[in-house]
Design a binder for this molecule. Sequence first.
Ligand SMILES: [Fe+2]
Ligand SMILES: [Fe+2]
Length: 210
Amino acid sequence: MDERGHLRSTVFVEGRHNEQERSMAITDANPDSFTRMDESTEQQWQVIGERTRANQGRVADRLLMLLESLADISDGFITDQLTHCLQTATMAEKAGADPEMVFASLMHDVGKAISVPNHGAISAEMIKPYVRDDVYRTILNHQDFQGRHYYQHFGAPTDLRDQFRDESWFALCEQFTDDWDQQAFDPQAETFPLEHFEPLIREITAQARF
Ligand SMILES: [Fe+2]
Ligand SMILES: [Fe+2]
């Protein structure tokens, strides 16, 4: 974790991020860069590549920011969505899940910060460069697995998971949805705070590996 990344995250936690983020964006602009891509040079792209790599810590900052925003979303559930995500990740960690799966459990509903109907796909694409394929597929398809637990209330099929029965990640997705995700709506259950998971978020998103 670099010092700036830590500072920026702390600022996000305290809800005073706008001024600092804006000033960083301005100082990061390159006045010598192109105004249209078909006039760009290799040297300009080298600068962009270096800056992009140097700013990789922004990924963790933004994920933390989006997770924090889930505290505002309850939509009739007994817990807010941040608590639900933290509780799901807590269950995964206590069950001995590997770091990528704990990270994915934390992030599985972060897409709800943007759009509930397609939140699984949004969440999955956000973590895709940082987790192995079976973890990505688990988050991408978790709603179809969750259907077993409540789709009857909507007159929808509860067996949507069966289409994936031959997939390598089927058992992992069953464990995730049945043992952790669908049970993580208990205000009394142990729930590690977001700060507990921040080092994991920073470590896993430190570079794209997939
Ligand atoms: Fe979900
Ligand atoms: Fe969930």
